[in-house]
Design a protein around this ligand. Structure first.
Ligand code: SF4
Length: 184
């Protein structure tokens, strides 16, 4: 059973991204302590939590949806979270992760990454099934689940993350107008 907490329960999630958005999150530096005092981090790549908990208030979701595990994970997040934030350009648009889409399917990627590479490095054989099945088309998060807020940037700046998270844990929708957001 999940713990009952008076503080907003926050999750950060890493789907098909490079982890740069999470690095920018960590760039909050000393402000992490200030934000951490106002929330409970219940799920994140920086925690050793295996399963996405119920009753999450805010989730920052980095990365595009690129494989079948991502699809299942995205729906679990949606069902268990009040405010889902599309966190960074890969989540918002597909961005770098979607660069393979013009190839038309997952097959050329698998061939190059696992078959041809394995032939050059036979000590690392590819075993079908050891990685989740890739989707033929990488999708931004909102094309898979409903999203409540978009936080673009590659990555979003630490200042923008601080603004958004501070407002969200206070139960407010952040004001991202006035040129505060940018892509890239
Ligand atoms: Fe990495 Fe940029 Fe994608 Fe974030 S938006 S996961 S920094 S490529």
């Amino acid at each position: 059973m999940d713990q009952v907490s008076a503080k907003p329960r926050v999750a950060t999630v890493w789907l098909g991204g490079c982890s740069g958005c999470h690095m920018s999150f960590l760039d909050l530096d000393e402000r992490l302590l200030e934000v951490a005092a106002r929330m409970e981090l219940v799920y994140s790549p920086i925690l050793d939590v295996k399963h996405y908990p119920r009753g999450v208030d805010v989730a920052l979701v980095e990365g595009a949806v690129a494989n079948e595990d991502h699809v299942r994970h995205a729906w679990t997040i949606r069902e268990r979270t009040k405010v889902v934030v599309s966190f960074g350009d890969c989540a918002v648009t597909g961005n770098v992760t979607a660069l393979r889409n013009p190839l038309g399917s997952a097959e050329p990627v698998l061939q190059r990454a696992y078959v041809e590479t394995a032939q050059r490095a036979p000590q690392i054989p590819y075993e079908p099934g050891i990685v989740p099945a890739l989707l033929d088309e990488v999708k931004p998060l909102h094309q898979v689940i409903p999203v409540d807020l978009f936080l673009p940037g590659c990555p979003p700046s630490a200042d923008l993350i601080h603004l958004a998270l501070s407002e969200l844990v206070a139960g407010r929708r952040p004001d991202l107008s006035g040129g505060r957001i940018r892509f890239g």
